[in-house]
Design a protein around this ligand. Structure first.
Ligand SMILES: [Zn+2]
Ligand SMILES: [Zn+2]
Ligand SMILES: [Zn+2]
Ligand SMILES: [Zn+2]
Length: 307
């Protein structure tokens, strides 16, 4: 049947049956552009539709991929935007499972009379700070058993590195990261991506899978994965995509991405506009994460540096 003159959003792309003739028009799951009245019609139409379908599916994927992801959660105490990158900018608390910014970790505690008191307690839940590394690990184990996704992810990293009383096992690490992702800790996708990129933990090197996991992480706001995607695109000479990834990472404060955009600009690949934007994004990020409390903490010790 000739479907040329029919509106394909309301009738079967293969046989032309309209919504009034077939109550079960279903959109092509990959591209959502056209509909079919039956599986048979979809199969019959496949050769004709395949190319356009793939093109559109890729387009939709990229639209999602290059959206600016939401920023990291605010610090639960001072409600300022959390520094994304420096591990010293925030700390995971093994008592309550909260991640606290360096400023709040260091901030002095006052009693009801306004006198400074020396307190060795979690600034969020007031549990006493673990008095040994062993106790710290034990608490984290407890959180892992209770299903805390971040603790599970951390244990994955301990197994990767063979630290914190864990035997070095990349296979174990990979298993824990998958578990963390299932429980909603999406940063773990980034480590899974790296496992595939280098073929670790019993998986074969698989660049496609590495990119897939990096993309999942990046879309959830992981800046390391975003930066890595930029580097992979850069190495494959996909410069437009590379710059897009780097710009998104810079907005979350990733200085390596800023450095790469600068280099690409100096090499005549990125535009002046790209570089100007990158500098502006980085300043905006700094403006959002800077606080007096965090500056005081950073001035006190390098262990609280946050940008
Ligand atoms: Zn049909
Ligand atoms: Zn399609
Ligand atoms: Zn804070
Ligand atoms: Zn706590």
């Amino acid at each position: 049947m000739n479907t040329d003159n029919k509106d394909l959003s309301v009738c079967c792309a293969n046989c032309g049956k309209g919504e009034e003739e077939s109550s079960s028009l279903k959109a092509c799951a990959a591209c959502k552009m056209i509909k079919y009245c039956s599986r048979d019609c979809q199969i019959a139409h496949r050769p004709q539709h395949k190319k356009e379908c793939k093109r559109r599916a890729k387009e939709m994927h990229d639209e999602e991929l290059f959206k600016q992801p939401p920023p990291a959660e605010d610090c639960p105490i001072c409600f300022e935007r959390m520094p994304t990158l420096r591990p010293t900018g925030s700390k995971y608390q093994t008592c309550c499972g909260k991640v606290i910014c360096s400023g709040c970790m260091h901030a002095p505690v006052y009693d009801s009379q306004g006198n400074k008191v020396a307190e060795d307690k979690c600034p969020f839940c007031r549990a006493p700070t673990p008095n040994s590394q062993k106790e710290h690990v034990r608490r984290q184990q407890r959180r892992m058993k209770a299903g805390d996704a971040k603790a599970i992810h951390n244990f994955g990293c301990f197994h990767r590195d063979g630290t914190d009383g864990c035997v070095q096992s990349y296979t174990k690490a990979l298993g824990l990261w998958h578990r963390a992702v299932e429980l909603g800790y999406f940063n773990a996708y980034c480590n899974i991506g790296t496992a595939y990129l280098h073929g670790r933990g019993g998986v074969e090197v698989d660049k496609k899978k590495a990119i897939h996991y990096y993309e999942l992480a990046a879309m959830k706001g992981n800046v390391v994965a975003r930066h890595n995607l930029g580097v992979l695109d850069m190495n494959a000479c996909n410069m437009v995509r590379a710059v897009k990834h780097f710009l998104i990472a810079v907005r979350s404060g990733y200085t390596d991405s800023l450095g790469n955009i600068k280099q690409l600009y100096l090499n005549g690949i990125a535009t002046k506009d790209d570089y100007t934007k990158a500098l502006q994004y980085y300043q905006e990020y700094l403006g959002e994460i800077k606080s007096r409390q965090r500056d005081e903490a950073a001035a006190f010790t390098d262990e609280y540096r946050y940008y």
